[in-house]
Design a protein around this ligand. Structure first.
Ligand SMILES: *[C@@H]1O[C@H](CO)[C@@H](O)[C@H](O)[C@H]1NC(C)=O
Ligand SMILES: *[C@@H]1O[C@H](CO)[C@@H](O)[C@H](O)[C@H]1NC(C)=O
Ligand SMILES: *[C@@H]1O[C@H](CO)[C@@H](O)[C@H](O)[C@H]1NC(C)=O
Ligand SMILES: *[C@@H]1O[C@H](CO)[C@@H](O)[C@H](O)[C@H]1NC(C)=O
Ligand SMILES: *[C@@H]1O[C@H](CO)[C@@H](O)[C@H](O)[C@H]1NC(C)=O
Ligand SMILES: *[C@@H]1O[C@H](CO)[C@@H](O)[C@H](O)[C@H]1NC(C)=O
Ligand SMILES: *[C@@H]1O[C@H](CO)[C@@H](O)[C@H](O)[C@H]1NC(C)=O
Ligand SMILES: *[C@@H]1O[C@H](CO)[C@@H](O)[C@H](O)[C@H]1NC(C)=O
Ligand SMILES: *[C@@H]1O[C@H](CO)[C@@H](O)[C@H](O)[C@H]1NC(C)=O
Ligand SMILES: *[C@@H]1O[C@H](CO)[C@@H](O)[C@H](O)[C@H]1NC(C)=O
Ligand SMILES: *[C@@H]1O[C@H](CO)[C@@H](O)[C@H](O)[C@H]1NC(C)=O
Ligand SMILES: *[C@@H]1O[C@H](CO)[C@@H](O)[C@H](O)[C@H]1NC(C)=O
Length: 765
């Protein structure tokens, strides 16, 4: 009889019962008859036979032992009542609980994958009724079976609601049919694990309320499922199981959550003063909680009339019957950006995708890459915005909520993002307003070993570039603006503004930025093979780029430039295209980088003037140097220089130089001796006709007059087709005597003669 407590207990207050013996276990030799109860060791819960409300049916269930209003928290045979009081609950030798009726038919039984040697069924003070092997502990984790795995309409502290992938158990709630009938009613709450797990309240099979997805702290938008001073939630989601569990701090007070017959999910506690159950919180709360109260891309705000309002950037569909909102500017995929929204209950995650290990930065990149991705958000805001949640459908069931702790970034056409963010970066440089991922200084700092000199890749006009490795192993290049570079901040903002919007395989990808503690950092994907100039002007490394590869590089740069000039939303002039700004990825594909000097044009604008001439000698056309005039034809000139450098393997020394590459190429071209200038290291792999064509196109690009230079779409066409090419004229800067005017003296220019260096000077006006 080890440990069995037999207590005599007066049950006067529970007058629908006539129990005589009290214990906390059922053993194989001691079945429980109608009229008997077992009571947990601390006398919190009782288990026995009962009839609900006005019903005469008998059920086996668990209720609070000391609470005068009989309150059921679990029922064994909710769908199979006993017609009379002849029922017996017994435990057989293998540990299976069975409820037998008058003719000994099993009307309900427990189920277990294991069997026990000395099975005991025991009611714990948590309200959990467990079957275990031997009566030697109170640990439900050892149990063969437990009532907590088979909830009815109530979830108690410590009980899981969710799903086990391992056992297939679905811990869900379903309401009683009515107060006299505990059989399954129409309302149920269960976790949907199709996308990112979320708990959903349904009427039958129809969703009527969604508990927002768990964000590391609470279930967004659901006051009942939020950490507070009295409730502590645990949320677990892994390969084995997904569940939420809570604890009520005031252990001495009885607390439960129940899905009531009216479809309300309530948290209630026992109040001695009121001698009844007092409501703590409930869900749904208001009409805005009704599932999809408003249409797609609309948010429901209980304080507004009308309740539904389109999100920023969206407008009401014109059809009267349709409550959906549609985009003011339709998406174009590659020109899109993201707008951040705060204070919204996250949209339905039914068709979402998530990864707990991806940073918010990578999350935004993933979303940007896939044109059907409509939004992203961090999964776990408790750990500093970790994890990635992506939506692939129209965003629905959005509600305005008061807590503003979790942001969602919604895909928007470039135009919707552009205006807003161009302004916000310029005017506020408030890091919160940039749609580009904002990285934490500490993350970048540790990625680059605190910007150690070992990690330094190079030094540019505006600061240094470091190599870094993020925690997830990804390699990055970090451009760190020198702190005293006054000019740098403007360039920085400029670069962020321009490149954040650009997406092309021949442009280097900006991954994020950081403006913090006086630091201004730009984080790019790392290009393992450095810049083009490190190959073509290096005697040994130039051999690694054979002719076919050089042609791929030329065409890639052309396409990147074409995108900048024409395909991206804003026409962009790079203004500093040179071999040093063309990076090579692991497969030696070219990527244009360094947008610090880029300028964009809106509308039908095609050019502009500046008195602040910046760029690199050798690549700058005459009209720019002497008049400050620039247009896309500025880049075309630089591109022409680049073609000639790639084919010849020589630097263009600048227009005043005796050994000017353009002049040299022009002379040999007119003399029909072009092949003489081709880089000797690629002779073996050379396709002469293709090389001649490239030189020809290069010369067309460096024409003196911008109007004589082809645009980039023509250039791409010329490079890739066999069509006849126009005859080039004398290039700009053929010789300094021919072309260069008297507006600047050679002595001022000599100090800039190295085309490695990006210069910045005020032109003499
Ligand atoms: C206990 O009951 C289960 C289910 O009815 C049955 O499969 C099992 O054989 C029984 N064990 C014994 C020892 O009677
Ligand atoms: C047991 O009784 C029920 C009615 O209460 C009846 O439907 C069933 O056939 C009976 N079973 C046996 C084995 O007698
Ligand atoms: C009992 O559990 C097994 C697996 O453990 C399952 O296949 C079976 O459907 C369950 N039976 C009942 C009545 O729940
Ligand atoms: C189980 O819990 C009860 C009440 O808390 C306690 O009296 C008993 O000693 C416990 N039994 C074991 C084996 O820990
Ligand atoms: C649920 O209760 C209603 C009356 O409230 C009754 O008509 C219906 O049959 C019950 N459903 C079930 C499954 O018992
Ligand atoms: C996620 O990251 C953690 C820590 O970096 C690592 O232990 C875990 O294996 C990763 N999980 C997956 C699925 O990659
Ligand atoms: C975009 O994501 C969807 C959903 O995950 C997937 O089916 C599709 O293949 C993806 N498209 C691309 C281009 O990766
Ligand atoms: C980086 O700096 C921080 C604080 O200054 C220091 O704690 C850390 O050890 C440094 N890490 C390295 C790799 O130098
Ligand atoms: C380019 O980078 C990749 C990856 O680091 C490397 O494997 C490859 O050898 C490099 N190619 C050249 C030509 O250096
Ligand atoms: C742009 O085009 C509009 C008409 O298409 C014209 O009225 C306007 O003057 C043009 N602006 C410029 C700067 O050319
Ligand atoms: C050389 O390039 C031309 C295009 O300029 C092409 O038609 C021809 O097939 C190429 N020859 C070889 C051997 O690849
Ligand atoms: C580029 O130049 C070609 C040939 O002059 C012309 O037909 C075309 O319209 C131009 N494209 C743009 C976008 O200006």
């Amino acid at each position: 009889m080890e440990g069995v407590t037999l207590l005599l207990f007066g049950l006067a207050m529970l007058n629908n019962l006539a129990a005589t013996t009290v214990r906390d276990i059922i053993k194989t030799v001691q079945p429980l008859n109608d009229g008997q109860i077992i009571v947990s060791a601390g006398e919190t819960f009782a288990l026995g036979f009962f009839s609900p409300g006005n019903s005469k049916n008998r059920y086996v269930g668990i209720w609070y032992h000391k609470i005068p209003i009989q309150t059921l928290v679990w029922i064994a045979n909710r769908d199979n009542p006993l017609a009379d009081s002849s029922g017996v609950l017994m435990l057989n030798e293998s540990g299976v609980l069975a409820l037998l009726n008058h003719n000994k038919s099993v009307i309900w039984s427990s189920n277990s994958s294991r069997s026990a040697k000395y099975p005991v069924a025991k009611l714990l003070d948590t309200g959990n009724f467990i079957v275990q092997d031997g009566n030697n502990n109170n640990d439900s984790r050892d149990s063969l079976w437990q009532s907590f795995d088979h909830p009815v309409d109530t979830v108690l502290p410590g009980q899981k609601l969710g799903r086990s992938i391992i056992t297939g158990l679905n811990w869900y709630l379903s309401s009683w049919n009515n107060s006299d009938d505990p059989s399954q009613g129409i309302y149920n709450i269960q976790v949907d694990t199709g996308g990112y797990p979320q708990f959903v309240l349904r009427e039958g099979t129809v969703k009527i309320y969604r508990f927002g997805p768990w964000n590391g702290i609470h279930s967004g938008g659901s006051p009942l499922v939020q950490q507070n001073s009295a409730l502590i939630f645990t949320y677990v989601s892994n390969e084995e199981e997904t569940y939420v569990m809570y604890d009520f701090i005031h252990k001495s007070t009885s607390f439960r959550m129940v899905l009531a017959t009216d479809g309300n999910f309530k948290g209630v506690y026992w109040s001695d003063e009121e001698n009844g159950w007092a409501e703590f919180a409930r869900a749904p709360v208001d009409v805005c909680d009704s599932y999809e109260k408003c249409g797609a891309y609309a948010s429901c705000n209980i304080n507004n009339a009308p309740l539904c309002d389109c999100l920023d950037g969206f407008v009401q569909k014109t059809t009267y019957t349709d409550s959906d909102c549609v985009r003011r500017t339709s998406l174009s995929c590659h020109g899109d950006g993201f707008l951040k929204f705060s204070g919204l209950k996250l949209p339905d995650t039914e068709r979402s995708w998530f990864d707990k290990n991806i940073s918010l930065m990578d999350c935004s990149i993933l979303c940007m890459k896939n044109c059907s991705c409509t939004a992203y958000a961090a999964l776990d805001i408790s750990k500093g915005t970790r994890g990635c949640l992506l939506w692939f459908n129209d965003l629905t069931d959005i509600k305005k909520v008061t807590e503003v702790d979790q942001d969602i970034y919604i895909r928007m056409a470039g135009a919707e993002v552009g205006e807003r963010h161009a302004n916000s970066i310029i005017n506020e440089h408030d890091k919160e307003d940039v749609e580009l991922p904002i990285l934490d200084l500490s993350e970048i700092s540790s990625a680059t070993n605190n910007f150690s000199s070992d990690n330094k890749l190079g030094q540019g006009g505006f600061g240094s570039v470091y190599k870094g490795t993020l925690n997830d192993g990804r390699e990055i290049a970090v451009k760190r603006l020198s702190e005293n570079s006054r000019q740098g901040l403007q360039e920085f903002k400029n670069e962020v503004m321009h490149i954040a919007k650009l997406q092309h395989r021949n442009l280097v990808r900006l991954l994020g930025c950081c403006i913090q503690a006086g630091e201004r950092l730009l984080v790019y994907e790392f290009m393992p093979n450095k810049s083009l100039d490190s190959f073509i002007f290096d005697e040994k490394k130039s051999m690694l780029l054979d002719w076919p590869r050089r042609l791929v590089i030329i065409n890639g740069i052309a396409r990147g430039l074409l995108y900048l000039h024409q395909d991206s939303r804003h026409r962009i002039v790079h203004r500093d295209l040179k071999a040093g700004n063309v990076l090579l990825d692991s497969e030696l594909n070219p990527k244009i980088s360094d947008f610090g000097l880029a300028r964009s044009f809106g509308g039908n604008e095609t050019g502009a003037n500046t008195n602040h001439v910046v760029g690199t000698y050798g690549y700058m056309p005459p009209e720019y140097i002497f008049e400050g005039a620039y247009s896309t034809k500025l880049d075309v000139f630089s591109f022409g220089v680049l073609i000639l450098e790639i084919v010849c393997g020589k630097r263009n020394r600048g227009f005043y130089h005796e050994d000017n590459l353009l002049g040299h190429a022009w002379r040999l071209f007119t003399e029909g001796k072009c092949c003489e200038i081709v880089d000797a290291t690629i002779k073996d792999s050379l396709n002469l006709s293709a090389a001649l064509r490239a030189i020809h196109v290069g010369l067309l690009c460096v024409q003196l007059s911008p109007d004589d230079r082809p645009n980039m779409s023509s250039v791409v066409l010329m490079l890739t087709s066999e069509s006849a090419l126009p005859q080039p004229k004398v290039p700009g800067f053929f010789t300094n005597r021919n072309v260069v005017g008297d507006s600047s003296s050679p002595s001022t220019h000599n100090q800039y003669s190295n085309n490695e260096m990006t210069v910045s000077l005020m032109s003499a006006r």
